[in-house]
Design a protein around this ligand. Structure first.
Ligand SMILES: [Fe+2]
Ligand SMILES: [Fe+2]
Length: 248
């Protein structure tokens, strides 16, 4: 489960990504959840569901790609550079330009104003966002170097990808375990209305909302990525050495 990747194994979410049923499908709720006093709890704001769904999709991809590369290395099969370029383009196009931007420009400032004790955490996460664009450019360059210069440049790309993925996974986990719980305690209906509108206004092709079609303009990108990745995240055959090895 993607929740396990983020250390959120026991959380129940209600966002469903049709294509990622094996990894991020949410547990169905038979009835509204109730708190310790038996009172029904309000539904999770759309913005929180979008953020979590986008984290899940990205986490699943970041966890899967190194396994795929390792399997290809073992088998001596050529890398699919077309798909790898598509994946890095996706990270730049959605998580970096849309997801981060809305967090840094809307979610974080609201929390700064209401929860001063979160300042250091927010500073750290804003700094991650600020360096994210440079990091993805460097990764794209390393991939291009591997493609153009051959195997001697492969290790550098794989090492950079490992560092990038580890940082990103840590970043998302902090948002899920520190930022969102605080926001849920501090924000009022007006705050959530504004955030819901902002986060609901774009559609991440790897984190489609239940009942909503993937934006046709991004459908080929989504297909290119999912076709190249092994199950359960992608549409390819499951790897013999499965995802469980990455969770250790
Ligand atoms: Fe973020
Ligand atoms: Fe995030």
């Amino acid at each position: 489960m993607a929740e396990a990747f983020l250390g959120l194994k026991d959380k129940t979410r209600d966002f469903t990504g049709v294509a990622f049923h094996g990894l991020i499908q949410r547990k169905a709720r038979a009835s509204p959840p109730r708190d310790a006093c038996g009172m029904s709890t309000p539904p999770m704001p759309l913005a929180v569901r979008v953020i979590r769904a986008e984290h899940d999709a990205l986490a699943a991809m970041l966890r899967t790609v190194p396994l795929l590369l390792a399997a290809q290395r073992r088998a001596g099969s050529p890398a699919n550079f077309d798909a790898l370029r598509a994946m890095l383009f996706y990270v730049d196009e959605f998580p970096e330009r849309l997801h981060h931007k809305k967090e840094s420009e809307l979610l974080f400032p609201k929390l700064r104003a209401l929860a001063p004790e979160m300042r250091d955490t927010l500073d750290d996460l804003d700094a991650d966002h600020a360096q994210g664009e440079r990091a993805i450019r460097e990764l794209q360059h390393s991939l291009l170097a591997w493609e153009q210069m051959g195997e001697p440049r492969r290790d550098k790309f794989e090492q950079q990808l490992k560092v990038y993925s580890a940082r990103y996974l840590r970043h998302m986990k902090r948002e899920e375990t520190e930022i969102l719980p605080h926001a849920l305690r501090c924000f009022g209906a007006e705050d959530w209305a504004e955030l819901d509108e902002a986060f609901g206004s774009h559609q991440d092709p790897l984190a489609p909302r239940a009942g909503q079609a993937v934006d046709a303009a991004y459908a080929p990108l989504r297909e290119r990525i999912l076709a190249a990745l092994p199950a359960p995240f992608g549409w390819g055959p499951e790897l013999a050495q499965g995802l469980s090895t990455l969770r250790q």
